[in-house]
Design a protein around this ligand. Sequence first.
Ligand SMILES: [Zn+2]
Ligand SMILES: [Zn+2]
Length: 130
Amino acid sequence: MSKPTQRHDAPPVRRMTKQKQAIFDNVMNRCDHPTAQEVHEALAPLGIGLATVYRNLAILANDGVISTVEHEGEVRYDCNNEAHGHATCTSCGRLWDIPLPDTKAPSTVTGLADVEGVEWTLRGLCTACA
Ligand SMILES: [Zn+2]
Ligand SMILES: [Zn+2]
């Protein structure tokens, strides 16, 4: 069984099964930072089990084709692979992307040899809830 080596915009990934593709598409199309549970619920009609969703999300995140963000103690899956910050509404719980400020460590930061990433989440009421 040979597979065409077709390249899309996404970085090369390991074997893309039908289920993995559906999971990937769900995260990339919704862009609302779903939990594994939410991806599972969305894919329920396809009969993809929760364990499969968890496993494939972990592989996709490990391959760097989707990002993760920890929010209120839960891992969320993120369609945005660029460095970015988040804003969250304290009323409706929506989580969305915002640009990051300068991510270089200020000169006052000690003990960190190199900055590999920054997590930045602003909290407040969204314009719909305010
Ligand atoms: Zn809101
Ligand atoms: Zn994000």
